[in-house]
Ligand binder design. Sequence first.
Ligand code: G
Ligand code: G
Ligand code: MN
Ligand code: NA
Length: 254
Amino acid sequence: QDLEHALRKAVENEEFELYYQPKLLLGADTIVGVEALLRWDRPGHGLVSPGLFVPVLEETGLIVRVGRWVIDTACRQIKAWSLHATGAVQVSVNIAGRQFAEGDLEGDVLRALAAHDVPAALLELELTETSLMINTERTMQCLSNLRAHGIQVSVDDFGTGYSSLAYLRRFPIDKLKIDIAFIRDVTTNADDAAIVNAIITMAHSLNVQVVAEGVETPAQKAFLLAHGCDQIQGYLVSRPLPAHLVTSLMALHA
Ligand code: G
Ligand code: G
Ligand code: MN
Ligand code: NA
């Protein structure tokens, strides 16, 4: 109740910020993309993590308005990086299931790309496996339309839901992000290693790229490189950072 009231004010007062976490292309070791992650600079509280308030944004429907701001802000940042010496970088944004069910996601995305004069291929939408399962008809249509414009689609937290790759194949997607739960013990647990290996092999046979989440150690990175994973994201590369610090990091990895 209190939190909901504070979040309504946060929307009006524009108290949100985007942090960005780099994705490293394995082999080349260059930063090829970043994931935009929402932060709330709550007066008197400091930076609040999205785990604490995104669920409330979703329950109240405020996520539609905040999500529109996230998409617009991400496109503004894509433009800034494309004009910078470090060159263009793809930015992914997290999309909640409710953004498909309500509002006009397709219009919001196309308007933001046009407003900031950004090529569609530099924007990626991340959807959780679970939200893909809800509203499938409408979600599928919206994703197909956006993909026809060149926007990329990735499935977040893969492996935590109940979808098989055979089922997922029916959705228009470009990438899978293997959930951190399978990466954590991948170098010591034979079952996790087998699962990760199987996901990579099957995804590639379906022409889907694979990103490993939550990579924290050089041993995990070496395993993923050896098994053909395309990209990694995690504290080993970098924590989520404000845009200007990502710019410095990109210069280091160029
Ligand atoms: O950054 P952190 O690990 O605290 O993020 C926690 C969760 O919040 C993640 O699952 C992430 O997907 C979600 N999240 C972060 N930013 C956004 C956003 O802009 N929109 C939505 N819907 N979820 C977000
Ligand atoms: O659900 P989603 O994948 O969008 O959320 C990403 C979340 O995972 C972010 O909140 C981010 O802070 C967190 N995260 C990113 N990298 C790592 C990591 O290497 N280890 C751990 N434990 N968490 C991470
Ligand atoms: Mn994500
Ligand atoms: Na994830």
